[in-house]
Design a binder for this molecule. Sequence first.
Ligand SMILES: Cc1cc2nc3c(=O)[nH]c(=O)nc-3n(C[C@H](O)[C@H](O)[C@H](O)COP(=O)(O)OP(=O)(O)OC[C@H]3O[C@@H](n4cnc5c(N)ncnc54)[C@H](O)[C@@H]3O)c2cc1C
Length: 545
Amino acid sequence: MFGYYPEDFTPQERALLQPFVTNVDRPVFCLRNLPEVVKGALFARYSRSTKSLRRLLLDEFISEPESGFAAIVSAVGESPAAQLIAARQAEAFYERVLIGYGDDSVAELGGAHLACEGVSNIAAKLLEDSRLGLSPLEKSTRYVRFDLPGPDGYPYLREPVIMGSPFAARYVAGMDRLFATYSALLAPVQAWLQHQFPRDETTTPRAYRQAIQAKALDMLRGLLPMATQTNVGLFGNGRAFEYLIIKLAAAPFAEARALSEAIQTELDYVIPAFVKRARSERGRAYAAYLSATREQAARLAAQIDAELPPGDTVTVQLVDYDPQAEEKLVAAIFYPHLDLPLTAIRELVAAMPDHERQTIIAAAVGERVSRFHRPGRAFEEPYYTFDILADIGAYRDLQRHRVLTQERQRFTVVHGFVTPPELELIGVADQYRAALEQAAELVTDLERHFPHEAQYAVPFAFRIRWRVKLNLREAYHLIELRSARQGHPSYRAVAQMMFRAISAVHPALAAGMRFVDQRDYDLERLAAEQRIDQKRQQLEQQNGS
Ligand SMILES: Cc1cc2nc3c(=O)[nH]c(=O)nc-3n(C[C@H](O)[C@H](O)[C@H](O)COP(=O)(O)OP(=O)(O)OC[C@H]3O[C@@H](n4cnc5c(N)ncnc54)[C@H](O)[C@@H]3O)c2cc1C
């Protein structure tokens, strides 16, 4: 590599280093086989030392008895308790190194894969409501049936506050009915889909089966209540987990608070040094602050007496946008290529004729050959605020976008529910509606006594209102991804409406969104499943040749 001279390590040092680095003589390498605390402390020292990372590892960790290096490394793969003991024994050492770094971001230097199983969708949404530092994965309502019973029956949370109240029996009956309806409708819905969209010769039975099942599960997911239990995997760094633990501790749900404790306990086994502040006085005070400010805002909002506007259709309202967005965008496009102050560039751009600005925007968008070609940071200049009313199913999917600001209202039944039009044609819409209407009555009664817990009983078919503030660059990503053919029709409709709203006010800015799919499809997953088959065939051919 340019200008790099391999470091001098003795043969003995090389042998010591080798298990822990991907190479000992090149400038680019990865750490491996090291516990998170060692990697984190090593990186913390890195920014405060003249030594190379490998030299630091040798001098300050491997050869330093106080670091407990041998015990900690050999505890990897042992029981969680053994790892904890090893890390605790050297805690003072790591504390010194990490505190010596003196920055909150030190907690980003260690990470973990965390699994949260059997959590409700209320908890899943709280877990996923993190923008920085966490990557979530959740069991899909499209690929997995949710009606397979566990030891307690259908998989939904028997919420402890409700179960300890006179509503317990009604709650169980209402939730059971939702799951039983989901279960009962699956076969007729799949049969109708097969009849309506018979397999053609170019589609393999596997791809066809998957596409039919995905469509049927998509159509019926509206019956699943927020209490539905699911599995969420999170990969993230300690700092993000620390904030998550605090937010969960501040949440108005007993389940979330118990989850906060459980996450702390498990992360203490693998990255204790990076999440310890969540259980400190500072962490507790932060949680108390979050919950007090939320309650205070709720009390003030409760004094507002206004009538609920009718909300019986999906609406995507563009509430706010910058009328000078084009000028600001063009100035930002020029900015890195000039030495002038931003204000001066904006003045120059403001004096340009419209068509000239539009030519510059088109040039900055360039030849996008796929949605993965995202235009540059200048496109983060224009902002849009949307108020969206759509079914919870669509919200659950769109909530997963992180490079924006979004916040929801409560899960409720006051905005009504959506019925997939196909269910009318199949003749099962009445059953679907009856189960939802019964759940709505239960939620309405529960809300009077348990406003927070009542949300567990709300099925995904009901509408929810949420606000989204995002920049144009993220709008390109979200709208193109979420309007793609394989998406669920509910969120595809929201993405298409967002596109039309931006196009109406900023046609020149929306023109670059070339991969927005405005069409409707019958079997959304079919093309994607066919592509999977093609890839499989190619792989088989490669392996066979
Ligand atoms: C058809 C479809 C099926 C899906 N199925 C499932 C499923 O079964 N289970 C499931 O859990 N989710 C599923 N998802 C959700 C998906 O995993 C993403 O969470 C969601 O689409 C958000 O997309 P994003 O990360 O690209 O966007 P954003 O969060 O909006 O991020 C925008 C871009 O910023 C960058 N970025 C953001 N955060 C990070 C980060 N932490 N690290 C690196 N880069 C980052 C990426 O380039 C990303 O594309 C599905 C999505 C689609 C469209």
